[in-house]
Design a protein around this ligand. Sequence first.
Ligand SMILES: Cc1ncc(C[n+]2csc(CCOP(=O)(O)OP(=O)(O)O)c2C)c(N)n1
Ligand SMILES: [Mg+2]
Length: 780
Amino acid sequence: MASITTDTRAETVAALEAIDARLRWLSSWTVHNANHIRDKRDGLKVGGHQASCASMTAIMAALYFHALGPNDKVAVKPHAGPVLQAIHYLLGSQSLDQLQRFRALGGAQSYPSRTKDHIPVDFSTGSVGLGVAITAFSSLVQDFLIARGQLAQADAGRMIALMGDAELDEGNIYECLIEGYKHDIRNCWWVVDYNRQSLDSTTADRMFRRFDDIFETCGWRVITLKHGKLQRAAFARPGGKSIEQWIDNCPNAEFAVLTYQGGAAWRTRLLADIGDKPHVKKLLDSFDDDALAALMTNLGGHCVETLIDAFDSAQDERPTLFIAYTVKGYGLPLAGHKDNHSGMMNAGQIAQLRTSMGIAEGAEWEPYGGLGDNQAARLKAFVDSSVLATKAAEPVAPAVAVPARLPVPRGESQSTQAAFGNVLLDLAKSNEPLADRIVTTAPDVTQTTNLGAFVNQRGLFRRSAMADVFRAAQIPSAQKWAGHAAGQHIELGIAENNFFLALTSLGLSAPHFGTRLIPVGTVYDPFISRGLDALNYGCYSDARFLLVGTPAGLTLGPEGGAHQSINTPLIGMGQPNLTYFEPAWADEVALTMRWAFDHMQKPEGSSVYLRLSTRVIPQIERTSDAWEADALKGGYWIHRPSGPAEAAIAFCGAIAPEVLDAYAQLAEDIPGLGLLNVTSPDLLHRDWSARRAARWTSSKAAPSHVEDLLSALAPGAGLITVIDGSPGALSWLGGVKGMRVSPLGIDRFGQTGDLPDLYRTYRLDADAIIDAAAELFLGD
Ligand SMILES: Cc1ncc(C[n+]2csc(CCOP(=O)(O)OP(=O)(O)O)c2C)c(N)n1
Ligand SMILES: [Mg+2]
């Protein structure tokens, strides 16, 4: 790109300007069609953001058709989704039908979606801030793969975020900057559409110069594109300096008002403020009103030449923030109006825009409409010869073999958390190909979640080697913390949001980079909530990872209420693309981990969440493997109901000893009492709902697993459900066959205490279970 000739440059600029205009038109028309032309059946607003799109069309034209390399990946500002759709429409990789169904079922999505859109989308966006930060973590994942020889340095690309300026208000941006600095990330660009407007209003002037400091402190280069070429030329003329200073000092809101009002208003205001300065009046007189409006809004982010120069100047690896000044709604009658975020052009305004582009009525969807034949052919050739047009589709990475069984950690008494650590340790010591692909990560809880042994075996990942200073000084420690390029643990600071974004990036390594990684992340179960939106984002992106929430529930007794997770079972059940298991014993841990490693790799699979505990409990004796198949479907009978089969206890996880104790006491009085171990409330419920839905959607009538299980009980039997968490995770079992339920669980904040005290206080001990059974049979 450096050795571009003057002629080629002029042609490139002309082509990019023409694309900019086309993108502005097509994105506006796509939104207009969905809101004003397509049939509306429900009276609801369809929505879309013409002003947010127009703010970015020049940036996207310059990026996609000039700067983009073959391996670059881009996260597009959610509200500029229609511009991305329009780009692919010009390329011929998006259909008219999809555009016409923008925001309709099965059509182009409101915000770019990896899983739902029909065009290539590198990163989903929507929840502002997350789509930006994910690019930093994907740069890290790219470096991880390069360091391990799984990606050639020459195949590295840039991870690019096109962001709205309001995204700079999201705290996750700064958390990610700090983490990125620690890991020395590279090949990352963030381009801010700096229109100084958010949804509600114009943004604070006070932040004008602060972003530079913040990013530079974190090792980023900051390139500000404030003025376009027209403005720079005017500033160089007599009187121009005064105009430049006036623009630099103009408050955001006032700039926006004048932009909306147009040329005459600009002139009146400039003359009033600086008309008495030398040469200013003469300079202003040399522009008519339209030209003056064009000059005053010729900011860097709308000037193709300024944009390509900026992109061309940042060709090294250093992470770079481009602050591109823009006008929200640029080129549209909505420009600058503070209410323009959801504002839309009316029929007259869009017709005027169409006419101004020379597009005939009825030819609105013509990709190159309004251009002469030659010009259209030249522009199409330019688009077709872009790097983007030849970009390869995402690779399909081969699966990593998963051993038929993972050995069960030994020990008569164990916790599920320790068993998890030991399964990983066994793998780390093995020669299994799976072990080489596992990448562990944790938000500063590596040791306390039992990842330490794996890390000791496989090392910390660092692009440049990092000595274990304590070890070198011969100070005894169980942790060997040397970092090197072959390390398999990515150590993160405490910010849980970063943790989930890192898992997302790692979990997209197969489609992004062609190498499947098996990410395993541990977090204190209650702090899942801290990163919940990022977890949802990862699942929506269909990233694949194993999430381990541990310790969980009241078993964190002495830590107190803020550390005891209560509603995570409901998160596990409610989160799409995440399958939740809560094993009770070590053999269930090994079984579900093996299942997870397999399931995470299946096209129709998902991420998996294990909710574990540090509570050491006696292990169950098995006489065969017969329980395993049912356990992987969500539950199995430890004691199958027999005889009259009038009651059963259904439980989940580390509360098993209290349940077994109560069972032993109750079995004498309730003949045939069943004992159901629910390994996954989530799978049981999903399967049951799917079967109910199937009554209307298909002929599949096979009973769900939970129906099969509960059919072992007599009609009208009673169920006692027990979980160290929200009782709602199991109480629904009563609805499956219309049984009475006594649900036990936690629905109040926890408090400090030892387990006997807490189980008694929260009614989870054997006595409570026996009382619950009595209540079922004796009534109130
Ligand atoms: C986490 C989150 N909160 C709120 C919203 C709703 N929302 C959508 S866009 C927006 C403001 C966008 O402003 P900016 O990023 O500056 O984009 P612009 O449209 O100005 O280009 C808000 C608050 C959202 N999408 N995500
Ligand atoms: Mg904005």
